[in-house]
Design a protein around this ligand. Structure first.
Ligand code: PBG
Length: 327
């Protein structure tokens, strides 16, 4: 094996063209999934306080947004809904005329080249902000799972292309798979939030989705941030239950988990660069403490380098514009 001075690793860094030639990881538009928050009303476009550039939008505005996303060449959006009324059992989540069901129908009718993924959970729809049906202060797993299956079917009936359960209840992937198959949606893939940590990085999302729990937290179902072997068990059970794609969330502080999950299972793997990751980069960028565009790209390249095949990111539109500009 050659050693210095024969071997000089700097040779492959001496010009931009050489660096381009040996680059291992590239970010493309096909990697991007853009999250959108749908609210009731008309002509609504309200910026989320803690997420500059991210808006709550009514269906008409979301449709316009989706047309822009399609034009930018981003292949997919994921929808979150904020209903006009919330109740104990989150009935807005599986109402055939709920906010998401209406949004999906309208988008699918008006925007042709865009995958519409729906987030399946109850937390945006329950009056207490928890991800399931409660008994006292406990979330009932199996009762919740039945409602999630119902929610998934209603999304598929509205025209959703991919179903993405984010609740972290046990057994929900198999229940959703069975329900979808029974109703004639055996062709609709499931992207499961297989490895979702109980993370402080979700803070701004709870402003955006108005889904903060009224009491307690989500530690009885989301994973302990200190665990890594357990992530493999979570991923394995979702794959066994029929998940077509799996997700790790958050992304930036969990690159080791993305790596392990991808190495072990070789599944199509998504990573969610969550609201807090976005908010931190935006805030530091606005203060001119960091070069926002550069850090945005660096954060996403790192996630891909760790093994992610796709990234859910609030930066999707900015990245698409960046890629157009830097072709
Ligand atoms: C639950 C859900 C959450 C996020 C996506 N789906 C919030 C939570 O678990 O509290 C967070 C996404 C983000 O922070 O950007 N429906």
């Amino acid at each position: 094996m050659a050693t210095y001075p024969t071997k000089r690793l700097r040779r492959l860094r001496y010009s931009p063209l050489v660096r381009d030639m040996v680059r291992e990881t590239v970010l493309t538009k096909n990697d991007l999934i853009y999250p959108l928050f749908v609210v009731p009303g008309k002509n609504v476009k309200k910026e989320v306080r803690s997420m500059p550039g991210v808006f709550q939008m009514s269906i008409d505005t979301v449709v316009e947004e989706c047309k822009e996303v399609e034009k930018l060449g981003i292949p997919a959006v994921i929808l979150f809904g904020i209903p006009d009324h919330k109740d104990e059992v989150g009935s807005g989540a599986y109402d055939p005329n709920g906010i998401i069901q209406q949004a999906v129908r309208t988008i699918k009718a008006e925007v042709k080249k865009l995958l519409v993924i729906t987030d399946v959970c109850l937390c945006e729809y329950t009056s207490h902000g928890h991800c399931g049906v409660l008994h006292g202060e406990n979330i009932l797993n199996d009762e919740t799972v039945s409602l999630l299956a119902k929610e998934s079917v209603s999304h598929a009936e509205a025209g959703a292309d991919i179903i993405a359960p984010s609740d972290m209840m046990d057994g929900r992937v198999s229940a959703i798979r069975k329900a979808l198959d029974y109703k004639g949606f055996s062709h609709i893939p499931i992207l499961s939030y297989a490895v979702k940590y109980a993370s402080g990085f979700y803070g701004p999302f709870r402003d955006a989705a108005e889904s903060a729990p009224a009491f307690g937290d989500r530690r009885s179902h989301q994973m302990d941030i200190a665990n890594s072997d357990e992530a493999l068990r979570e991923a394995e059970s979702d794959i066994e239950e029929g998940a077509d794609m799996i997700m790790v969330k958050p992304a930036g502080a969990y690159l080791d988990i993305i790596w392990r999950v991808k190495e072990k299972f070789g599944m199509p793997t998504a990573a969610y660069q969550v609201s807090g990751e976005y908010a931190m980069i935006k805030a530091a960028g606005k203060n001119n403490w960091i070069d926002e565009e550069r850090v945005m790209i660096e954060s996403l390249i790192a996630i891909k380098r760790a093994g992610a095949d796709m990234i859910l990111t609030y930066f999707a539109k900015e990245v698409a514009r960046y890629l157009d500009k830097n072709k």
